[in-house]
Ligand binder design. Structure first.
Ligand code: NAP
Length: 268
């Protein structure tokens, strides 16, 4: 009888390819069936690389609900739970179901154009809205139904708790324990002078509120929206709506996983 299916993805570098081969052999020897194409019958996704590889894998698979675990091959590895030296121990624990699942919410951005077109982007870390072509972004920002400000600057970032340690943190946003259920809006280089006023700090929102952005176009009618770093440029956008998607990513963690230890190891 064939064992449970595990789908393994690896970054294209030599170190990740080597770990991929070794881990695949170990998993097969432990009775699992290794596949490289994902479908609904897969029990676990393994991603070998860094956080960027995990984010790319999730985006390529349209953020599946299947548990995923990362093996870190020389990157920051905030999402990546395993080091290459821990594979045997992981297989032993996995077979005994000694792990925890960390449910992380994803964001959905709906981009509506003047011509009636609509696009949709999903992100686990964040949705960033930037001025295109290095121009200042002029963004009318509503939180829920309330108009808050006309933001002027490079743009704004809406991040999840999971994404709070990524671009958000580099912008001076707060680190959020992922057990908290909230959205964070962080300004990107806001302009504050005698002509313009924008928030200079992050703001935190309860999970049911959405962010609506109505761009004003001064020069070119373009705006750049990035979901987890993947950029899309749109022309003639009327509104960008950002909110939790209602779907989660299920990250597999070892029982001793502790968010604040990870912060200490990786960010301090
Ligand atoms: P990338 O090279 O894939 O990632 C940039 C760095 O961010 C890498 O060191 C990555 O870790 C780390 N990272 C990703 N998610 C993280 C998280 N949740 N917590 C802590 N660190 C995290 O860059 P990309 O393809 O442009 O975009 C992927 C992500 O990078 C975006 O979602 C964004 O948050 C972040 N980013 C950060 C900055 C900045 O800090 N100034 C600028 C642009 C984008 P690994 O080394 O393990 O891959």
């Amino acid at each position: 009888m064939k064992g449970a299916k595990i789908c393994v993805f690896a970054k294209g570098d030599a170190a990740s390819a080597e770990i991929c081969g070794a881990f695949g052999t170990k998993l097969a020897n432990a009775g699992f069936t290794i596949v490289s194409d994902f479908d609904e019958t897969v029990e676990l996704i393994v991603c070998i690389g860094g956080d960027g590889s995990l984010l790319n894998t999730l985006a390529a698979l349209r953020f599946p609900n299947t548990p995923i675990i990362g093996v870190n091959t020389g990157h920051l590895g905030f999402f990546q739970e395993l080091q290459p030296g821990e594979l045997d121990e992981f297989i032993f624990r996995y077979k005994e179901k000694r792990y925890v699942i960390q449910e992380l919410k994803t964001l959905r951005a709906r981009i509506a154009s003047e011509d009636g077109g609509e696009d949709e982007l999903l992100g686990l870390n964040e949705i960033a809205i930037h001025g295109a072509h290095s121009h200042v972004a002029n963004l009318n920002i509503f939180i829920g139904d309330s108009f808050i400000e006309t933001f002027r600057g490079d743009g704004i970032l809406v991040s999840t708790p999971a994404g709070s340690t990524a671009y958000n943190y580099a912008l001076g946003g707060s680190i959020v324990d992922p057990r908290l259920d909230l959205l964070q809006i962080t300004p990107i280089a806001p302009i504050n002078n005698s002509a313009y006023r924008s928030f200079t700090s992050s703001v935190l929102l309860p999970p049911h509120l959405s962010v609506n952005v109505f761009p004003e176009f001064v020069r070119k009618p373009d705006i750049l929206v990035a979901a987890d770093g993947a950029e899309h440029t749109y022309t003639g956008v009327k509104r960008i709506h950002v909110a939790f998607s209602g779907e989660t990513v299920r990250l597999l963690r070892l029982p001793q996983y502790d968010f604040w230890n990870k912060v200490k190891q990786k960010l301090l």
